[in-house]
Design a protein around this ligand. Structure first.
Ligand code: UDX
Ligand code: UDX
Length: 466
């Protein structure tokens, strides 16, 4: 039996360790966090994050071989393997502000491990980190004068929120990067063995530690780049009467391109894509690779542009003013099936519409509490309404911002009856049946598609070709 510890009970640490505990009943898994409220929630019936399938896994293992605690120091002392999953946000101050990763929690955790260890340990980097962070980690940990040896292993997580449990249960691959020394290789084996309890061996890949660190940044950069690429094509579609869904389908059938991650949208959000690309950009600049840095930065610029384009389209379509108009925003989570609103494009749309003095009603099945917290003082100017029918009542427009499947199942003719006419719907996720909505009476504006309107001249720039 091994004592496995995870420091950081967030979106990554919690679900990851729940799956480890499920498949390794012979190991003891403890998840600690400095945030006592979060730990209390993990111990309660009301888990701190919404993730399909998570509750069942947690309830199955909790208090058997899965424990949540705030006693960080005691559990560090007892652990053989320590996963570190604390947050590494974009730095907001000093050198590298706005791009580099803020490693203060990471370093603090390394020192905490050092202070409380009386036996050798394997320390696993689970948080996304700049390349060569392991070097600093090793340096701090092995600076001890007690003769303790620490091996640092990189094991990035690739789970996506909303499908975290499935991604952990059936990962495309598990990456374990270690030093090419005998003890480094042994550490890679120990970590690989944990995963081998449920992941086929051929999917567990051992690499050198720097490749592993960089692969995480590279994977997220490639994924985000696909979203920005299809969104760039969507912008051209709107000017040319091409349909982005048809274009995505046509290009996705090319096996070299593939069909996934080609959904045009109001842009990507989430805690990882932007942060990791900025991190990559900073790394490139640090190494003097300025052209490479500019290349990746463009992925973020295109994403920002997509959101401002969406808002401009809304304003120009609604007769160049939304001031004082009630607008219902359907969805604020950064994607469906999560309560997470970090870097949600919906929040950017929300802020931009407030600038235009629109009267906003925000609805979402799971993310309203997080949205309220994120919006801070602005929240006072917004109505939060869990029921989409109530949210849309009396509105001039609906903007669909998160791809919750339930939003496709609403009775839009009932919704239409209760809206101000002409009623507009802006589908920022291409989720709805646009033809049907048009038949109901809506003026329908989607991403990368010609609008379906009831007026030949409603001011929408997309009608004017070239
Ligand atoms: C985190 C990182 O942000 C991401 O880069 C990485 O890929 C995976 O881990 P996430 O789990 O989504 O992602 O972050 P978050 O939900 O913020 O959880 C981090 C937890 O660490 C928080 O609960 C926080 O309280 C805790 N923490 C942070 C500590 O316990 N100690 C600290 O010193 C700092
Ligand atoms: C991502 C990576 O997928 C995951 O491997 C990594 O560990 C963490 O970062 P996540 O941010 O949870 O996961 O969600 P993801 O499904 O990748 O979606 C990111 C954003 O892109 C969402 O806002 C989503 O709506 C958007 N997106 C995704 C699109 O707009 N179009 C697409 O085709 C796919």
């Amino acid at each position: 039996m091994a004592n496995i510890l995870c420091i950081g009970a967030g979106y990554v640490g919690g679900p990851t360790m729940a799956i480890v505990a499920k498949h390794c009943p012979h190991h003891r898994v403890v998840v600690v966090d400095s945030n006592a409220t979060r730990i209390a929630a993990w111990q309660s019936a009301d888990l701190p994050i919404y993730e399909p399938g998570l509750e069942e896994v947690v309830l199955g293992a909790r208090d058997r071989n899965l424990f949540f605690s705030t006693e960080v120091n005691r559990h560090i002392a007892e652990a053989d393997v320590i996963f570190v999953s604390v947050n590494t946000p974009t730095k907001s101050f000093g050198q590298g502000a706005g791009k580099a990763a803020d490693l203060q929690f990471w370093e603090k955790t390394a020192r905490q491990i050092l202070e409380n260890s009386t036996s050798p340990k394997i320390v696993v980097e689970k948080s996304t980190l700049p390349v060569r962070t392991a070097e600093a980690m090793e340096y701090i940990l092995n600076s001890n004068t007690r003769g303790l040896h620490f091996d640092v292993v990189s094991n990035p997580e690739f789970l996506a929120e909303g499908t975290a449990i499935r991604d952990m249960e059936q990962p495309d691959r598990v990456l374990v990067g270690g030093r090419e020394t005998p003890s480094g290789q042994k550490a890679v084996e120990v970590i690989s063995e944990i995963y081998a309890n449920w992941v086929p061996k051929e999917r567990i890949i051992a690499t050198n530690i720097w490749s592993s660190e960089l692969s995480k940044l590279a994977a997220n950069a490639f994924l985000a780049q696909r979203v920005s690429s299809i969104n760039a094509i969507a912008a051209i579609c709107e000017k040319t009467e091409a349909h982005v869904v048809e274009v995505a389908h046509a290009i996705g059938l090319d096996r070299r391109i593939g069909p996934n991650f080609l959904k045009a949208s109001i842009g990507f959000g989430g805690s990882c894509f932007q942060k990791d690309i900025l991190n990559l950009v900073y790394l490139c600049e640090y190494y003097g690779l300025y052209e490479v840095a500019n290349y990746w930065e463009q992925v973020i610029k295109m994403n920002d542009h997509q959101q401002s384009r969406f808002v401009s389209n809304m304003v120009s379509t609604m007769f160049n003013t939304v001031a004082g108009k009630r607008i219902a925003l359907f969805g604020v989570a950064f994607k469906a099936n999560t309560s997470d609103t970090r870097e949600s494009p919906a929040l950017n749309v929300c802020r931009a519409l407030l600038e235009e003095r629109a009267e906003l009603v925000l609805t979402d099945p799971h993310a309203l509490a997080n949205a309220r917290a994120d919006l801070g003082a602005l929240a006072q100017r917004i109505t939060f309404e869990p029921d989409p029918y109530v949210a849309a009542k009396g509105a001039h427009a609906i903007a669909l911002l998160t791809d919750w499947a339930d939003y496709a199942k609403l009775d839009y003719s009932q919704i239409y009856q209760n809206m101000v006419k002409p009623a507009f719907i802006f589908d920022g996720r291409n989720l709805l049946n646009h033809r049907q909505l048009h038949e109901v009476g809506f003026n329908v504006h989607a991403i990368g598609k010609p609008p379906l309107t009831h007026s030949a001249n409603n001011g929408y720039a997309g009608n004017q070709r070239f």
